[in-house]
Design a protein around this ligand. Structure first.
Ligand code: ADE
Length: 225
């Protein structure tokens, strides 16, 4: 799978993809991640990509021309299943959305800045608008990294059996059960006896019960199988 990201601050995206699971996914050739600085398509030699908003008001707006040229130029090289704009007024990201997007061949993500992008770009180029939560960040780079991470770790071969995404919270409409590691007793706090029993069926039942309990307490409205 390939994910292209158009960004005003490409430096912000270097860290998240340089370590751990996403780094391994790239090294294994399972995920190609390319960040494109929007200033490459700036309207003048000063690197301008934003301008004042019509009607007045504080905050700059990302201009049509650099974005249109960037999207058209990249779309000429490959066909994108979705052109995604990261914005706090988009559809809320959830596991189901990440699952669906992880099945696509090519995705293009636009990370916004300032007051956002000109509405005409949203109307004519963007096919999906995604928010990572009901709060406002200073730019769309971190949201783009969150989305790429949520998608990248689902690609076949990226996670091994032990870390399989099938057992993540949300995959079955339930939050994940508690986990423990050695020692079996720490400061008098004991690991639940059943996890030491060696009985896989009992352990599976216990984990399921704990998941149901936790989901009921923390996310009573969450969809369950
Ligand atoms: N840009 C700024 N805040 C955001 C959010 N919560 N989700 C997606 N993009 C954003």
């Amino acid at each position: 799978m390939r994910i292209d990201i158009i960004s005003v601050l490409p430096e912000l995206l270097e860290g998240p993809f340089a370590h751990s699971i996403l780094k391994r996914a790239k090294e294994k050739g399972l995920l190609e991640l390319v960040v494109h600085p929007l200033r490459k398509w700036a309207v003048n030699e000063y690197g301008q990509i934003d301008d004042y908003q019509y009607g007045g008001g504080a905050g700059m707006v990302m201009m049509c021309e650099p974005l249109a040229n960037a999207i058209e130029s990249l779309s000429g090289e490959r066909k994108y299943a979705e052109v995604i704009y990261m914005t706090p007024d988009g559809e809320l990201l959830n596991q189901q959305m990440a699952n669906t997007l992880s099945l696509k061949e090519n995705l293009l993500i636009i990370s916004g800045h300032y007051k956002g992008i000109d509405e005409r770009i949203r109307g004519h180029f963007i096919t999906k608008e995604i928010s990572i939560g009901d709060y406002v960040l200073s730019g769309g780079e971190l949201p783009a990294a969150v989305l790429a991470d949520a998608i990248g770790r689902l690609l076949p071969g990226v996670l091994n059996d032990e870390t399989s995404a099938l057992f993540d919270s949300f995959q079955d409409g339930l939050l994940a059960p508690p986990v423990y590691t050695r020692p079996a007793e720490f400061r008098g706090w004991k690991v639940p006896e059943i996890l030491l029993s060696g009985d896989p069926n009992k352990i599976a039942d216990w984990r399921h019960d704990e998941s149901v309990k936790k989901t009921g307490e923390r996310r009573p409205g969450m969809q369950q199988d």
